[in-house]
Ligand binder design. Structure first.
Ligand SMILES: C[S@@+](CC[C@H](N)C(=O)[O-])C[C@H]1O[C@@H](n2cnc3c(N)ncnc32)[C@H](O)[C@@H]1O
Length: 391
């Protein structure tokens, strides 16, 4: 196996289980590596640090899969890791038949996402190296889960960064156009082939439950960036008299309408609009609501996009504050990896200042427990939710 030595000092963070080696941190290879090759990572003096796979073209050139000398990368290791990931999910009381089974680095399987929707698995390979191990992964999933079907989702942005062509589509068995899932006491339809991400925003499961704490029967509520109505349906279930759910995607809204019926609910106003425009319009009309949820997509795909993203969050927060009745609640979410909790809090404070409204933080949430994050990379706690009472 190719040996790679890191520059002096870099070994410290790897010994502290930091799983990435950036290109400038590499001192040299024993032999010119090819994309996806397995490597033994060593400190400058040659002492063992871990096993990883390499992509010399990517900024994160090596992703470490194992820190144990006795555990080189092999099919057995990949199967074991998926098995461990499954055992962890079995311990959780997620109250749903849909969950994230493998969360990339969070499950020591960098570059691999696996989501389960009832009897179907959805996989996404986000690195060249993990894509090279795809057969092992698929065989392991078939063996461990006995799924009715496996579907591959692709992300053109990620595959261009990593430099590989992605296949996508059906990998095993059959996957229907729609899968019925349940979450707590609500049911949702998920379109795996056409839907966003792997079909559903599993990471917000806990937040969707928390929101019920703030809604009381008769309340008037807003769900911005609603997708298929994750928050809107919970608001209705809690007895909200009026719920407006806004999304730019007609297919997401169509799914939302059907999910509403499926749960025996009615009266949600589904609005197909750019949320920024609609927020502005509601604000101009002087409307206000008891509970407002703002759950936008990631605005910052990379560090360079952060300043613009922060401006976007600020505008959303400002409008959201104006639209919340005194004593009402506003929940703001950010799923941008490059924007941390502190930055989000600063944006909210600055919006509160501009709006001349006092805010009190009443709760916080993060991605749900099936999306573990790594201590050494704090931004892997990517989904932040701040729940505010707007005084
Ligand atoms: C993070 S998801 C929301 C997930 C949702 N809250 C749930 O619980 O399932 C973000 C949503 O924002 C929508 N979206 C993206 N840009 C938008 C825009 N400018 N205006 C309105 N919706 C937008 C996407 O279609 C997507 O459904």
């Amino acid at each position: 196996m190719i040996q790679v030595r890191v520059r002096p000092g870099v070994e410290k963070k790897i010994r502290g289980f930091f799983p990435w080696v950036y290109r400038p941190e590499i001192a040299g290879f024993s032999k010119e590596p090819k994309k996806g090759d397995f490597v033994v990572v060593r400190d400058y003096s040659g002492k063992f640090l871990g096993y990883g796979y390499v992509n010399p073209e990517a900024n994160i050139s090596i992703r470490i899969v194992s820190f144990k000398k006795e555990e080189p990368i092999s099919k057995e290791l990949i199967v074991k890791r998926i098995e461990e990931a499954l055992n962890y999910r079995k311990r959780l009381n997620l109250d749903s038949n849909a969950y994230r089974l493998v969360h990339s680095e969070g499950d020591l399987l960098p570059g691999l996402i696996v989501d389960i929707y009832d009897r179907y698995a959805v996989v996404e390979f986000t690195t060249y190296g993990m894509n090279k191990m795809r057969e092992w992964v698929i065989e392991a999933l078939i063996e461990l889960l006995k799924p009715a079907g496996i579907w591959e989702k692709t992300n053109p942005y990620i595959s261009s960064v990593e430099g590989f062509d992605v296949g996508g589509g059906l990998l095993y068995g059959e996957v229907p156009e729609e899968v019925l899932i349940w979450e707590h006491d609500l049911r949702f339809l998920v379109n795996i082939p056409q839907g966003q991400k792997t079909g559903f925003f599993l990471d917000q499961r806990r937040a969707r439950k928390i929101i019920r704490e703030f809604v009381k029967p008769g309340d008037e509520c807003l769900d911005f960036f609603c997708h298929s109505g994750g928050f809107a349906l919970n608001m209705k279930r809690k007895g909200a008299s009026k719920v407006i759910a806004v999304d730019i995607s007609p297919s997401a809204l169509q799914m939302g309408r059907r999910c509403e019926k499926l749960n025996g609910l009615d009266g949600i106003e589904w609005v197909e609009e750019n949320a920024f425009d609609f927020l502005r319009a509601l604000h101009k009309q002087g409307k206000s609501f008891d509970v407002v949820v703002i759950d936008p997509p990631s605005f910052a795909k990379n560090r360079a996009a952060v300043p613009n993203a922060l401006r976007g969050y600020k505008e959303l927060c400002l409008r959201g504050i104006h639209l919340t009745k005194p004593g009402g609640y506003l929940a703001v979410f950010s799923c941008s990896f490059h924007i941390g909790r502190e930055e989000l809090l600063q944006v909210i404070s600055s919006a509160a200042y501009d709006a001349r409204r006092e805010l009190r933080v009443v709760a916080e949430s993060y991605q749900d427990l099936d999306h573990p994050w790594i201590l050494q990379i704090p931004n892997t706690l990517y989904l932040k939710g701040i729940y505010l009472e707007v005084l």
